[in-house]
Write a protein that binds this ligand. Structure first.
Ligand SMILES: [Zn+2]
Length: 226
């Protein structure tokens, strides 16, 4: 009986990854990028295999690894598996992680030191600037990202790409696409501005107001019937 439950969960998680892979493949080139979800018991990780095109991956290809990183089934897992494991261990509210080399995240990570809040959309989703981590040592990157995951829902890596996480894959997807949108708007705004320091940023009270309104009032979780 237990075995059946575990198998069903494994199929569900792998299918969830396949479904989202089609969306993530639209914004990250070739075989780059990766994403994962944790099992309900937080003892297994379902992650994109290394070096394969997302649109060609089938259910049995998805890498399943235990919490120490040992492969249980599927193809060889992403080279960033240690980063994913480190973030999960640091924050038990995170159940899903994604990493993409999306166009505007990469451009802004090359050009700037931070993505400031210049729109209400950015204020709604993140309530703060998006940090760009200036990293060079791969051996400490997993720990660095684990620390950032405690206070940020999306970060850029200098001259590289974007990491985001969430309580489930849907939230992670929103954080990735919202961050990419913020990077795009900021970059395009700088194109028409002589001095990036003169770009108008939202003041702290306005950021807080929009972020609180978005968190508390936005959306349709309840339905009223007559
Ligand atoms: Zn990368």
């Amino acid at each position: 009986m237990n075995k059946k439950v575990i198998l069903n969960e494994q199929d569900d998680k792998r299918q969830e990854i396949i479904t989202y892979m089609k969306e993530f493949s639209k914004i990250t080139p070739l075989t780059s990028g990766n994403f994962s979800i944790l099992s309900e018991k937080r003892d297994k990780l379902f992650i994109k295999p290394s070096g394969v095109y997302m649109e060609e991956i089938c259910l049995d290809d998805i890498s399943v690894v235990d919490i120490s990183g040992k492969l249980i089934s599927g193809l060889r897992p992403s080279v960033d598996t240690n980063i994913h494991l480190s973030v999960y261990k640091a924050n038990n509210k995170i159940n899903s992680i994604a990493h993409v080399h999306s166009e505007y995240a990469v451009i802004t990570s090359v050009l700037f030191a931070v993505i400031p809040v210049i729109t209400t959309f950015h204020a709604d989703h993140f309530g703060k600037e998006i940090k760009i981590i200036d990293w060079s040592d791969l051996s400490i990157l997993a720990n660095t990202l684990a620390e950032y995951s405690k206070n940020e829902s999306a970060v850029l890596l200098k001259q590289h790409g974007l990491f985001a996480w969430g309580s489930n894959l849907s939230e992670t997807y929103n954080n990735i696409f919202a961050a990419e949108e913020c990077c795009k708007i900021f970059y395009k705004t700088t194109l028409s501005s002589i001095d990036t320091k003169k770009i108008l940023t939202l003041d702290k009270s306005k950021i807080l107001m929009h972020n609180l309104r978005f968190q508390k009032l936005y959306g349709n979780s309840t339905k009223v019937t007559a």
